[in-house]
Design a protein around this ligand. Structure first.
Ligand code: GTP
Ligand code: MG
Length: 559
């Protein structure tokens, strides 16, 4: 490891050291994950939500005594867990063992007196720690947990140190995946938002969905939220005299109109009363109306939707696939990272392939292996028990929730083989006539002429990749072909030939992250590339990567 550091700039060394310690910390996460393995998706979400309700988020000075801080808070009750991170300033997440502690803490917290302005007196669980000024400077700096992904340069270096492609892909997942702390923070932000929405709808719950919960989330990805009003409709059906009461309610023209008006009001509250919530945009005319904002204390970009239960079911489905075989997550993380680096995906909405689409493509590919690595959606439905039955707006969304009911076939393909075959599979896929269908686990005849047709798993008449145009699909196919070609050449798989005394050259998967020639961001023409030995080409590409060094995967947005 020390040899590997030789020749790196001190700044890069520090960043790498922090990445490595983050990955080591993730080993601890694995234990937490393993402990959750026998729980259903719903049970895991419920546990995290309940923990978040017992938590507070506290802005802290950059230096303070952790012990004094915890002693002070402990006066209000037992602290279960806590951690520190730095975003726009230093913050602490503190989880108490009981909700009463929050009430006690709030009783002893003041609304600040602000000069020249006036405060909105909303008592949230986002607090500020006031440390006597003169005592703060000579205090130690607490251990801040990393909340951002490593840069692409750091990832390339880190992977190049590994001994096999399989190790590289496992390491990549470890470096990019959400940490337990980051997931807790995401649930806490949802819970804080729930306090605002709860002023109108006390039974509502704000739940995270998408990559926060589907096990494919990368540090830095957005927080997708659903305002869940189902609790309001749960009525107490007491039998008796035959009399009953109903609430008088306002009516809207349609479900969509009601959703839009609820989101509009909540959006306004978030904007005007929500501490830390900035840049609130109401995007109510979208197919799925939403309120987008930044939550500054966490650094998260948030998308709040309502009445979006199918999306939550899709998250559960992806989570389930991710749990069935560790290779699923490794392949999804690798393909997502590869696609982001080559601008196949983007943080801006448009005609690009999305992460959700890519993940479904990986699932479909793994269903096509011989023997299959993943079951079809119909098979997951057949294994479901009576309590798994789920119909949303007429769509049967039933899937088995008990993972132990699923028997997998024995497939021992290495990650290296799967990665290569993924690129070959989609490099040669008949996109012009076939559609991708994970419910049947088979390609089918395309029902319409859109460039890419991937049947929506639950709303089967819809295409999840309707937005993708022919140009973007072609870029994806070309890049798959190029990556398959590079892996077939095997030169990039030869680690020893790409070593030099000063540093380790990118090889294996790391070499696939170097700027591409076909994607239009490359530095050399294809003709010139053919004339060069691969090692010198890779070296040139690495040099160009160093020039672009400031650009990180993180900065390119959530993928
Ligand atoms: P990130 O890019 O890491 O945020 O991945 P993500 O899975 O969270 O994707 P995104 O934030 O774009 O969308 C959130 C969730 O909405 C996804 O996980 C899906 O459940 C759902 N979703 C997104 N796009 C589509 C789509 O085109 N069709 C359908 N049916 N669901 C979608
Ligand atoms: Mg998302």
């Amino acid at each position: 490891c020390r040899l590997f550091y030789l020749g790196l700039e001190p700044q890069t060394q520090r960043r790498l050291a922090s990445t490595i310690s983050a990955i080591k910390a993730q080993t601890g996460n694995k234990t937490a994950r393993a402990a959750k393995e026998d729980k259903t998706f719903q049970a895991i979400q419920e546990e995290r939500r309940e923990q978040a309700e017992r938590s507070v988020l506290i802005s802290c000075p950059p230096r303070f005594s952790e012990k004094k801080f915890l002693d002070y808070l402990s006066k209000h009750g037992t602290i279960n867990k806590h951690f520190f991170y730095s975003s726009y300033g230093a913050y602490a997440v503190v989880e108490f063992s009981s909700k009463e502690s929050i009430a006690s803490l709030k009783e002893n917290t003041n609304i600040p007196a602000v000069e020249h302005e006036a405060a909105v007196p909303f008592k949230s669980r986002l607090l500020s720690l006031k440390w006597p000024g003169s005592q703060s400077n000579n205090q130690p700096v607490p251990n801040f947990q990393e909340q951002s992904p490593p840069s692409i340069g750091d990832i390339t270096q880190l992977l190049s140190e590994k001994d096999s492609v399989d190790e590289q892909l496992q390491c990549l997942t470890g470096a990019l995946q959400l940490t337990e702390e980051n997931i807790s923070l995401r649930f806490l932000v949802c819970s804080l938002l729930g306090d605002i929405a709860g002023a109108y709808f006390p039974e509502c719950i704000i739940r995270p969905f998408g990559s926060t919960v589907n096990s494919f989330g990368k540090l830095g990805c957005d927080v997708d939220m659903i305002l869940d009003l189902d609790g309001i409709y749960a009525t107490s059906q007491k039998k008796g005299s035959g009399l009953s009461l109903e609430y008088q309610v306002k009516r809207g023209a349609s479900e969509r109109a009601v959703t839009q008006s609820i989101l509009s009001v909540i959006g306004k509250c978030v904007d005007q009363f929500g501490p830390g919530c900035v840049g609130v945009q109401k995007i109510l005319q979208a197919r799925c109306p939403l309120v987008r904002f930044s939550h500054q204390p966490s650094g998260f970009q948030c998308d709040l939707t309502a009445n979006n239960r199918v999306a939550m079911k899709s998250s559960e489905l992806l989570f389930l696939y991710g749990q069935l075989d560790p290779r699923v997550r490794h392949l999804v993380f690798s393909v997502r990272c590869w696609a982001r680096v080559h601008n196949i995906t983007s943080s801006i909405p448009g005609a690009w392939i999305t992460n959700f689409t890519l993940t479904v493509m990986v699932v479909f590919f793994l269903q096509q292996r011989n023997p299959p690595i993943l079951p079809t959606l119909d098979q997951l439905k057949d294994l479901a028990g009576p309590s798994d039955k789920c119909v949303i707006e007429g769509n049967d969304c039933t899937i088995v929730s008990d993972l132990s009911k699923i028997t997998l076939q024995k497939n021992t393909d290495t990650l290296e083989k799967l990665l290569q075959e993924f690129f070959e599979f989609y490099g040669n896929f008949p996109f012009n006539k076939a559609s991708i269908n994970i419910r049947k686990g088979k390609e089918q005849t395309k029902p319409e002429t859109t460039a890419l047709y991937i049947q929506n798993p639950f709303e089967t008449t819809l295409n999840v990749s309707k937005n993708v145009n022919a140009t973007q699909l072609e870029r994806f196919v070309k890049l798959c072909q190029e990556s398959a070609w590079l892996l077939q050449k095997r030169e990039i798989l030869n680690r020893s030939s790409s070593q030099s005394a000063e540093s380790v050259l990118p090889w294996g998967f790391a070499a696939l992250l170097l700027p591409s020639v076909t994607s239009g961001t490359g530095v050399k023409s294809r003709r010139k590339r053919k004339l060069e030995p691969a090692s010198s080409r890779i070296k040139n590409l690495l040099d160009s990567l160093k020039i672009k060094g400031g650009e990180t995967v993180a900065k390119k947005g959530s993928t």
